[in-house]
Write a protein that binds this ligand. Sequence first.
Ligand code: C2E
Ligand code: MG
Ligand code: MG
Ligand code: MG
Length: 288
Amino acid sequence: RAKNEGRNQIQCYSEELEHQVRYRTRIEQGLRGAIARNELKLFYQGKFEASSGRLVGMEALLRWQHPEDGLLAPDRFMAIAEETGLMEPIGEWVLETACHQAREWLDMVGYRIPHLSVAVNFSASQIAADKLPKVIRDALTRSGLAPENLELEITENALIKRPEQIAAALKVVRAMGVTLALDDFGTGYSSLDHLMHFPIQVIKIDKSLVATVPEDEKGCRLLTALLNFSQGFGMVSVAEGIETEAQAAFCAEHGCDLLQGYLLGRPVDAATFEKDVLLPALGKYLDG
Ligand code: C2E
Ligand code: MG
Ligand code: MG
Ligand code: MG
């Protein structure tokens, strides 16, 4: 009997493996034509000033409108895109699309929302690519977006592979006037060293830490320390993953500059963002 169970387990395991391989192949093949078939979409999520609640920018988040599986979030296909070299063209499409959209929105609100910025996520391979400064310069030129209105979000894991080259490339990008944000801070290989050697202006505190406040005492102390630290370094702090009023209040009270999360607005498609977030925000600016 024990023998049979073992055999069944092995069989289950190999079926699972086969299923995974089939899934990857299907995703990879679909992804190859996704840009051309217009299946990639950018969703936008607002970023708000903690003290006033005003909209200050939006983060572009990638979605894939899969013909059979529906709307897919990045965790369903990004790793496969990275491993198959597809992240490069996809990343360039994201940057290009986000810059054009931001330029269009800035024209629409007549630059009445000062410094409205679009944040674009960059993966490790995109950051390490030699042509990073050129890719960014081209996207800005083609869209007519000012570099001050573009922010790159980079995770710390992306900095550790070729740190010297990456630091040099990021300095070029920073010199253009583009803002650099460290995403998911407080997870992964967090190291204060990164803040010394890379030209970072914004720290985005990871939602896993934000989720612990205000109930968890240690979480509260760690978040407070990170906010003090970021203030001491003269950096802008963003708390991501704000889901409750209590989390928003805690972050605002402890000096967090910007808030982002489902409580303030979920990521939505461009048309919805324009109608439900951007245009109402403009009203708020005009009312003073
Ligand atoms: P991220 O940059 O840290 O983005 C935040 C993630 O948290 C997003 O997930 C967002 O939808 C989600 N989120 C926002 N507010 C809340 C909240 O209040 N509660 C919770 N539980 N989650 C919230 P999403 O869109 O699935 O993206 C996941 C990750 O995929 C991103 O994490 C980013 O690292 C990556 N990513 C997304 N779009 C792109 C892209 O265009 N290029 C690259 N290279 N990476 C991307
Ligand atoms: Mg991000
Ligand atoms: Mg993040
Ligand atoms: Mg994340």
